[in-house]
Design a protein. Sequence first.
Length: 106
Amino acid sequence: MAPDGRLKYIFDKTSGLQDENVKYVFEDIQGNLWLALNNGISRIEYKSPFFLYPDLPGLVQSVVRHHNALYAGTSQGLFVLRSKSKTFRPVTGMSGNCWSLLSSED
């Protein structure tokens, strides 16, 4: 949560957590969260600028930000992540290899 009480992140299976049955949470000196789970442990680097998107199919070949959306060209088509969404969605009409992307005005 943010200092003002806003919800910042939800960590669950859709965001890459291996199990949602959390027994214990520990924050280390670097600010990482360690979770003791029902079937192991997980570390969450929630301060990191990197995110894992396990739902993105194919080999990612190109990424571009365009009009507040993130587009990923993969070996299985073109996918878009809108600003309020947590998952990439396929762009209709683009189902083949997408090697290169370029943001233009429209």
